[in-house]
Write a protein that binds this ligand. Structure first.
Ligand code: GLN
Length: 320
């Protein structure tokens, strides 16, 4: 019963927006510009491991910025909150994802969801794991998706060749001692991390791993520590949709992360992992259809964290 109902719901949302052609495919990374603007996939994974999918849910795309919260979680586990906080803040910047700016006084990047913060996080991982770092990231994200992931070599080379702005950000970070000396291999790792290939179904399961307190609900594997998950979700809630994060929190009300490939991952704590893929982006770099379907889903299912329909699931409630 539940299964048919959820499937009908996402099929309906898909057809509601498949005919809407707003937004442009990103082409500042030339290889991304080759994506079909009409591709549109959606998937939902539940915290008890059921997966529903519709549209082009098998089409592969690169994670881009959706990789950032996962790398942040790995850094928190590897270094602890205090050390990570010396290198990257937790404050929304209110500016675009690739803005060249650092916090006053501390010189830290504002948060790990903007490029400056994500490059810092990845540089810390590179410092710790060196040439093993990519394998570590791939292994962890594969565990979250429940299958072995790889990278899209073309997208990686394309960004590595043209990513001058990110290179400028990385050298600015070096100037303020926010990243270690080895800037180029750290940037290379960042470009590779952004080029990890997934489909919408994978992304829904990765999202459900976060909704399920770090345990992949399909494979049963423990992927992230509880504390890391809490911190990842907090930062996604305040900063995950770039300079649309405030409006997203207001309208949709769940932690989320977008990427310029057209991916959106939204996490409904203890309940659902939601994913959508549609490469038509708005001016802020968020998928237009991704915003539409998540907004509608949140309204129709009462998913907003502060919605009176959302029953909540706090420890306090469980023990009272
Ligand atoms: N790799 C992309 C970049 O650094 C990721 C940005 C994004 O998805 N918003 O520009």
């Amino acid at each position: 019963m539940e299964e048919r109902w959820l499937q009908t719901l996402i099929d309906g949302l898909h057809s509601r927006y498949a005919g809407v052609h707003k937004g442009e495919v990103a082409n500042y990374i030339p290889e991304l510009g080759k994506a079909s603007p009409d591709h549109f996939g959606m998937a939902i994974a539940t915290s008890d491991g059921k997966v529903f999918e519709t549209g082009n849910s098998d089409t592969l795309f690169t994670l881009q910025s959706v990789s950032k919260p996962f790398a942040f979680g790995m850094a928190l586990e590897a270094f602890g909150e205090e050390k990570v906080a010396r290198h990257v803040g937790v404050e929304p910047s209110g500016d675009s994802f690739n803005s060249i700016e650092l916090e006053k006084v501390t010189n830290r990047p504002f948060n790990p969801m903007v490029n400056a913060g994500a490059i810092t996080v990845t540089a810390l991982l590179y410092q710790k794991y060196g040439d093993q770092a990519l394998d570590r990231i791939l292994t962890r994200l594969s565990a979250a998706a429940g299958r072995n992931l790889g990278i899209d070599e073309e997208v990686y080379h394309s960004e590595s060749k043209t990513g001058h702005r990110n290179r400028a950000i990385a050298y600015l970070l070096l100037n303020f001692d926010m990243v270690p000396e080895e800037v180029e291999p750290a940037l290379d790792l960042y470009f590779k991390q952004c080029s990890i290939l997934v489909n919408t179904r994978d992304l829904a399961i990765m999202s459900a791993t976060l909704c399920n307190l770090g345990k992949n609900p399909v494979t049963g594997e423990e992927v992230f520590d509880l504390d890391a998950v809490r911190n990842m979700l907090s930062i996604m809630f305040t900063c995950g949709m770039y300079d649309y994060s405030g409006e997203w929190a207001y309208r949709v009300g769940v932690p989320a992360k977008s990427g310029v490939s057209g991916a959106v991952m939204a996490v409904v704590n203890r309940q659902l992992g939601i994913a959508s893929y549609s490469p038509r982006l708005d001016a802020k770099g968020n998928s237009c259809r991704g915003i539409n379907v998540c907004t509608d889903l949140a309204q129709e299912l009462g998913l907003h964290t502060f919605d009176c329909m959302n029953a909540g699931s706090s420890y306090l409630k469980a023990v009272l």
